[in-house]
Design a protein around this ligand. Structure first.
Ligand SMILES: [Zn+2]
Ligand SMILES: [Zn+2]
Length: 311
């Protein structure tokens, strides 16, 4: 653990893997606790699980995953489409279940990731290794460049949304309600299981969900195809695509971040978030869906895309 010396002038194009900072021990202990609780609930309480409990568990996992993919990522971070107030409220409430910081912080960090990918100002730069990009960055004090650039980034549109302001104001009680209290209460009341086990199922879902999201920062910047830009680390990852939520076409997403589909393909089972956004547009809950043109995609592939690959 070391103290950070303030850097007078920071070179944001620098891609150094090493920096001195301090460990955020409360976060370290929290993640250790979370993983121990999840492992004990899965293996130590295996006899208490039933397929009905697993279905509810899986449903809450999917709902919180969609709140991140459709809400935090494509709606609020990238403005790929617009959404009516009732949908924004639902996405915000489900997002509390995901428990990945309030929407303002999540979107600001994600915008920094896109604008300064793999430089010192990227909160989870892969130049510091895959563990850092996956979850290590949450256990260390942020680099000065991340803090400085985060302050100067224009996020006025986020604070202009009353739904985000509400969540930010009441985030701590909403976090506990969404991550633990409500999902545990549902399982406790519906399946007549011990309360501690019900809490354990919520913590298991939360841990699983966190890794699901973190894999996009690590695996999808590590290995896979680069059909749209062979010069960047972000790649279309074959492992992440099996969670079916979307976000696996990360090379495409870094090249065309404004596209609501997050992929070239209008209909693909590997990106159900896009189908949901389109479905919601038929009932007027989403509108102004933005897409990259087929010509622009083809041009890009021909110009700097990587040939061949897994897809
Ligand atoms: Zn990325
Ligand atoms: Zn993004």
């Amino acid at each position: 653990m070391c103290s950070t010396k303030p850097t007078p002038s920071i070179d944001y194009s620098k891609r150094s893997g090493y920096f001195r900072t301090r460990i955020v021990w409360p976060n370290v202990f929290f993640f250790i606790f979370l993983h121990c609780a999840a492992l004990y609930t899965v293996f130590g309480c295996a006899h208490l699980w039933s397929w009905k409990i697993f279905c509810v568990w899986y449903l809450t996992a999917c709902l919180s995953a969609y709140s991140v993919s459709i809400g935090a990522h494509r709606l609020w971070s990238h403005r790929c489409f617009k959404a009516r107030l009732p949908l924004r409220i639902v996405l915000m409430l489900l997002n509390c279940m995901a428990g990945q910081n309030d929407l303002f912080v999540w979107c600001r960090d994600h915008r920094l990731h896109h604008k300064y990918t793999d430089t010192d100002a990227d909160p989870h730069s892969t130049t510091r290794g895959m563990f850092f990009a996956h979850m290590g960055w949450l256990m260390l004090k942020k680099h000065d460049a991340v803090i400085e650039k985060g302050k100067s980034l224009d996020c006025s549109d986020l604070l202009g949304d009353p739904v985000i302001r509400f969540q930010r104001r009441f985030y701590i009680p909403l976090y506990f309600l969404g991550v633990v209290i409500v999902p545990s209460w549902i399982i406790y009341r519906c399946f007549d299981v011990p309360l501690l086990f019900a809490v354990g199922t919520s913590l298991t879902r939360y841990t699983f969900q966190l890794h699901n999201t973190w894999c996009i920062n690590s695996l999808a910047h590590w290995f896979g195809d680069r059909p749209y830009d062979k010069n960047i680390k972000a790649c279309d990852n074959p492992v992440i695509k099996w969670h079916l939520i979307g976000e696996c076409f990360h090379n495409y997403h870094h090249v065309f971040p404004f596209d609501y589909k997050s992929s070239e393909f209008p209909f693909t089972i590997f990106d159900t978030s896009s189908s949901l956004i389109r479905l919601l547009s038929y009932v007027g809950l989403t509108y102004d869906l933005k897409e990259a043109s087929q010509e622009a995609v083809a041009r890009r592939k021909e110009k700097i895309g990587q040939d061949g690959g897994l897809y």
